[in-house]
Write a protein that binds this ligand. Structure first.
Ligand code: OSB
Ligand code: MG
Length: 375
């Protein structure tokens, strides 16, 4: 394939309900799609981070510059454009995994469309549908939280994740356990809000039989997570700390993580995400697919990944209606067993619908080729 044009499409889509975590509150999904045009096919992807670097160090405006000035010139210079060539071509640019993932995914979508192969088949999916969990934000009151969890369970979600932070942990977890019982698969996510000094406090979560506690400590503290794991029975799961397959292997070897949350964007794309899966699976460590409140463009490829054999726990990929009244793609809908279908048409299996795309678009610019910004 040959690269003809790369377009960036900034979107803002209102969330159906504000999503509060220990790092901030989101009311709108405000990000960009990448649209890659080649001589053979077109591809789409979604940038996973937000306008502010609060979940991770990357952010929307910074990623646009990184793509335009550092990643696209290297990728455009490839003699043959193919997704597996992108990682090596971009390797000299340090970090910026989420920006790299966006470019690789759009190229992979185009490449697989040209071949007529689905991403699920390409990655090695073994399932046609994947069980859906739901991530529930921090609420104003426990009563509000119980109402939300009740509604999600009625909709069919098979496991619940509660966002926690100091001051919103034992009480909401106890309330959900008491109301919905011990059989509910329940887990928590702190998004780095605690320190190792909180170990005794976090140990009090052990009595609730949680599936896992996600990213309790600092992003760059594998050692601290290993120390914490020695003091608590709840399995530690890492999200923010894992940037590639190698540090996943390190974290497993240190016993800093007994469960792995794979977010393809956080590890630089689907090819590295598959390697993360392979490393964890080879060690018998359960893997699940995380989310970033993606539109359908970001959710579709996550469903393909979550269909791999090592994904033995339900992930955070929820139905479209959990996020948006209207999505930019055809909506994903839960089936009667609380599962979402794995897209099976070529590439990522979805593309933005022209009408919602137009209405949710704030700006479109060419980052490569086209009329502006071509080089
Ligand atoms: O830490 O998993 C996280 C959303 C945005 C940023 C970080 C996280 C999350 C979620 C929601 O927990 C996952 C989803 O429903 O997409
Ligand atoms: Mg997380």
């Amino acid at each position: 394939m040959k690269l003809a044009r790369v377009e960036i499409v900034h979107l803002a889509i209102p969330l159906v309900t504000p999503f509060r975590t220990s790092f901030g509150t989101m009311t709108t999904k405000d990000t960009f799609l990448l649209h890659v045009v080649t001589d053979e096919a077109e591809g789409w992807s979604e940038f996973a981070a937000d306008p502010e670097p609060l979940y991770c160090s990357e952010f929307v405006a910074g990623a646009e510059i990184v793509l335009r000035d550092f990643l696209l010139p290297r990728v455009a210079a490839l003699p043959r454009l193919t997704a597996p060539a992108l990682g090596p071509a971009m390797a000299k640019v340090k970090g910026h995994e989420l920006a790299k993932a966006a470019l690789e995914t759009a190229v992979l979508d185009a490449e697989l469309r040209a071949y007529g192969m689905s991403l699920a088949t390409y990655l090695g999916a073994v399932r046609d549908r994947v069980p859906a969990g739901v991530s529930v934000g921090i609420k104003e009151s426990v009563a509000d939280l119980l109402d939300d969890v009740e509604r999600y369970l009625a909709e069919g979600y098979v496991r619940v994740k509660l966002k926690i932070e100091p001051g919103w942990d034992l009480v909401p977890v106890r309330a959900v356990r008491e109301r919905f019982g011990d059989a509910l698969p329940l887990q928590v996510d702190a998004n780095t809000a605690y320190t190792l000094a909180d170990a005794e406090h976090l140990r009090r979560l052990d009595e609730f039989g949680l599936v896992l506690i996600e990213e309790p400590l600092e992003e760059d503290n594998l050692y601290g997570h290993a120390r914490l794991q020695q003091r608590i029975a709840t399995p530690v799961c890492l999200d923010e700390s894992l940037h590639n397959a190698r540090d996943t292997a390190s974290a497993i070897a240190l016993d800093a993580c007994r469960v792995v949350n794979v977010k393809p964007a956080r590890v630089g794309g689907y090819l590295e995400a598959r390697r993360v899966h392979d490393v964890a699976h080879a060690h018998g460590v359960p893997v699940w697919c995380g989310g970033m409140l993606e539109t359908g463009v970001g959710r579709a490829p996550n469903l393909a990944l979550a269909a791999l054999p090592g994904f033995t726990l339900p992930g955070d990929t929820s139905a479209s209606a959990r996020y948006f009244a209207e999505d930019v793609t055809e909506p994903f809908v839960l089936d009667a067993d609380g599962c979402l279908p794995v897209p099976r048409t070529p590439g990522i299996g979805v593309a933005p619908l022209p009408d919602p795309l137009r209405r949710f678009t704030r700006t479109r610019r060419d980052l490569y080729g086209g009329r502006e910004g071509g080089r």
